[in-house]
Design a protein around this ligand. Sequence first.
Ligand code: NAI
Ligand code: MG
Length: 497
Amino acid sequence: MLTDALLRRARAFAAERHGLLIGKDWQPAASGRRFDVEDPATGAVFASAARAERADVDRAVTAARGALETGAWAEMKPAERSRLLWRLAALLERDADLISLIETLDIGKPFAQMRGLDTAFAIELFEYNAGWPTRLAGDSLPLSNPGDWHAYTVREPIGVVGLIVPWNAPLMMAAAKLAPALAAGCTVVLKPAEQSPLSALYLGRLVQEAGFPPGAVNILTGFGAEAGAAMAEHIGIDKISFTGSAATGRRITLAALGNFKRVTLELGGKTPVMIFPDADLDKAASAAARSIFANTGQVCNAGARLYVHRTVFDRVVEAVAARAQSLRVGSGLDPETDMGPVISAAQLDRVTGYVATGRNEGAEVLTGGARLDRPGHFIAPTVLTGTSLDMRVAREEIFGPVLCAMPFGDDDLSRIAAEANGTQYGLGAQIWTRDLGIAHRLAARLKAGTVRVNGSGLDPALPFGGFKASGWGREYGREGVEAYTELKSVAMALPEV
Ligand code: NAI
Ligand code: MG
C-alpha cells in the first residue's frame, strides 16, 4: 500500500549518497564523479548516483573474477545457490512495496502496476530460477569410436557476465538477467540504465542481506558510453546480456568481438496484434489497448501495430480509441493514474517527433498525439489510422504510447503473415481468433520469437526473445539459464581389461 510513511522511506533511500557495489563494499567511483537522477513525472532531480567509468569496471571485474575462481561462491554446492536465490526472492517480497515505490519515483510507472506487475514478476523470476542450480545437467552419450568410452557433457558457468539493462522495466530486467546468471553459477557486473539506477541499488542491498558471497554480484551505476562501453570491451568479461536499442546492441556486439564474448541481445520490436472477426472483440480490443498503452508504450513487445479484419475494423479501433481517451495520465504516485510519463525529455521528443513524421507521411491522428501541458514528460495515448508499412511510424520502434491501426481483408493467411512480418523486427505477435485453423496456420507463418493467441503476458518458464533484428538468444525458461553456461564434452577411453 502506498502510504505517507512508505513514501518517506522511498525518498530517504533515494536521498542517500549511493556508491557502487564492488566486492563486499559500497564505494564511490574512482573519479569521485556522480550524476543526477530525475523523476520523469516532475522533471525534478531527486537523487544522485556514482558515475562508474572504466577504472570502476576494472575493479568490479576483478572482484567478480575473484569470486568466480576462489572462495565461498566458487565452492558452493548447487543446493546452496538455490537457497540464496530463494532467500533473495523472499527479501524482495518483504520489501516489495518499498522497492516498487522507489522505482515509481525513478521511472514514473504507476505504483500499483509497479507492485502488481514488475516487482511481482521479478520475485517470480528469482523463485523460478532458484529451481535450476540442482537441475542444470549434461547428458551421457553413447560413442561409436573404436574402444570403450565413457562420454558425458557438463554445463559450467560461462564465467563473469556483464548485465546491461534499460530503463523501461529496470527491476524486472535486472531480475531477468541476475536470477539465471546466478543460478548457473556465474558472477556478475550489473549496470542499470543512467535514467533509472535506484532499484538496482536497493536490490544490491538485498543481495548482501541474503548472504551472497562478496564479488558474486557487483553493481555499477553509470552511463552507457562510459561504464557500459567499458564492460562490452572488457577482456575479463566472458558474456554480455543486454536489453535495449538495436543501435546499442550493434555497438556492444562489435566491442565484444575483442575476446569473442558470448552475447545475448533483447532488442526492439514492432509487435503486430491481429484481430479476426470471430474473436471475442471486446476482450481483444481492451487487450490491444493494454498492449500498447501499458508502461506508456515503453515495452519492447508492445503491440504497436494493430491489424483488424475490415468487417470489424471500425468497431475495434473505436473501442481502442475510447479506451485511450479514458486512460488517466499522470503521476505514478496518484492512485487514480492509469498511465505515467515517458522516461525523459529526450524520449518525449522522440515520441512526438514520430507522431509528426506520421502526420507528414499521411497518417490520421484518431486520438491523442500531443504532449500534455504540465511539468514532466507526458503524452496522451495516441491512435493513428491510415498508416501502412511504407511509413516510418508503422515500421520503426517508437517506444511510446502510439498505435498504428490497419485493416486487412479476406486475403490468405500468407499475405497477412507477410504484412505482420514486414518489419526488421521479430520479437512478438498476437493473434485473436477462435478458429484453431487460423491460429495454428498463422502462428507457423510468423517470424516472431513469441506468438500469443487470445492473450498475452510473460512467464518465467516460457522462452522470450527475438527473430531477426530483435536480438540474439532467449531469456527465461531452460534456454534462458543455459545461456549462462558453457557446454563441455568429456570423453574417456576406458583402459583395456
Ligand atoms: P540504449 O539501448 O542506449 O540503453 C540501454 C542500456 O544500454 C542502458 O543501460 C545504457 O546505459 C546502455 N548503453 C548505452 N550505450 C552503450 C554502449 N555503447 N555500450 C554499452 N552499453 C550502453 O537505449 P536508449 O538510448 O536509452 O533508448 C533509445 C531507444 O532504444 C528507445 O526509444 C527504444 O526504442 C529502444 N529501447 C528498447 C528497449 C527494449 O526493451 N528493447 C529498452 C530501452 C530502449
Ligand atoms: Mg529516473
